[in-house]
Design a protein around this ligand. Structure first.
Ligand SMILES: Cc1cc2nc3c(=O)[nH]c(=O)nc-3n(C[C@H](O)[C@H](O)[C@H](O)COP(=O)(O)O)c2cc1C
Length: 342
């Protein structure tokens, strides 16, 4: 299968995975705003192995989101292998001509005919623009307490086995998401251990597990990793909140691209600014249009706007009537209510 990563032109601008945020609607919005590739929320391999409906539903996507990377988390190399094979089976069904597909399959991408022109990439089978990522960076207690996410990065041998089994079973290109370091293991040691496995890309959150989500990014470390794996794609992540931040991190790390996370929540036009390398003034009218567009995309998959509130409140950062608008917006459940408030 084609490896879409190799057709992306550096600097690659990626929407980093964010549980609770990078759902299909937000991913599509970010692709439209200039992201070259978007990551899903983390998806449990245990959930996939148990055919959990909610977990399986996380594999739903709109082909216009592609290139799209599904991120997996878990602890057991065998379960990673099984989950990867389950994804292969689902992905294979996407390639069949429509008459061969089970129309009742709850996982079918709703707007897909399996083949269509995708914005920013050549047309071809949708599945040529999908990837699989492995989460080695999540510090959330419910993930790390079971030994997954960032806790996994501390176990080099197990991590090696997991990457090996996903690579061996996947029909999609494999990528990794790691932190600058956890406990005694630095990202450099981690990459040294796994560098000969056939994964394609790594996104490095340049903060250690101890730093959590605040503090300095270790530019030097990311630079060293790029030098260690010149043939792999290295994306720098952490603290990217402006065009200036993006230019700075690219210069200091020599990375092939960037992973943007919190900086794009309520601010998706940052992707376009970075892509076009110029500040884009956002008038109230444009902001309103983007918010309503986001809400419409969200309503395609959801009955009301209640779960979107966590996104909506961020659209007013720095506005003079921000707190008043936020108070109102958290009560909006329908598009009409949202329009009235805006
Ligand atoms: C709400 C939230 C959810 C996140 N969920 C994930 C996740 O599912 N998988 C993952 O690898 N990282 C996750 N992250 C980490 C981000 O991808 C990113 O590495 C981190 O936020 C640092 O980037 P930033 O400083 O630009 O926000 C999450 C971060 C946040 C704030």
């Amino acid at each position: 299968m084609k490896n879409f990563w190799l057709s992306l032109k550096p600097p690659i601008i990626a929407l980093a995975p964010m549980a609770g945020y990078t759902d299909s609607a937000f991913r599509l919005l970010c692709r439209e705003s200039g992201a070259d590739v978007v990551y899903s929320e983390m998806i449990s391999v245990d959930g996939l192995c148990h055919h959990n409906r909610k977990t399986l539903a996380m594999l739903k996507f709109n082909p216009k989101e592609c290139p799209l990377v599904f991120q997996l988390f878990g602890t057991d190399p065998n379960k990673f292998a099984t989950a990867t094979r389950i994804i292969n089976r689902i992905i294979t069904s996407y390639q069949l001509p429509a008459r061969h597909r089970k129309t009742t399959c709850p996982l079918m991408p709703e707007h897909s005919n399996g083949r269509r022109g995708l914005r920013g990439v050549a047309s071809g089978p949708v599945t040529s623009y999908l990837g699989l990522d492995i989460n080695f960076g999540c510090p959330a207690p419910k993930v790390a307490k079971n030994g997954a996410g960032a806790a996994l990065m501390n176990e080099l041998d197990k991590s090696y086995e997991i990457i090996k089994s996903v690579c061996a079973n996947s029909r999609l290109p494999v990528s990794l998401k790691i932190r600058a370091g956890v406990k005694n293991i630095s990202a450099l040691e981690f990459i040294k251990k796994v560098k000969d496995l056939p994964w394609t890309a790594v996104m490095i959150h340049g903060r250690t597990l101890k730093q959590g989500f605040a503090g300095e990014i270790d530019y030097e470390l990311i630079k060293k990793i790029k030098a260690l794996v010149p043939d792999k794609i290295v994306l720098a992540n952490g603290g990217l909140n402006s065009l200036e931040d993006a230019k700075n991190i690219l210069t200091k790390t020599g990375a092939d691209g960037l992973g943007l996370a919190r900086g794009v929540i309520g601010n998706p036009w940052l992707l376009e600014e970075i892509k076009k390398n110029k500040i884009i003034p956002i008038s109230d009218a444009i902001r309103r249009r983007i918010i309503l567009h986001h809400a419409k995309l969200f309503l395609k998959d959801n009955p009301n706007l209640i779960p979107l509130r966590k996104h909506l409140v961020h659209y007013f950062k720095g506005q003079k009537n921000a707190s008043e608008l936020r108070q109102k917006i958290i009560h909006a459940a329908t598009l009409i209510e949202l329009k009235n408030i805006l």
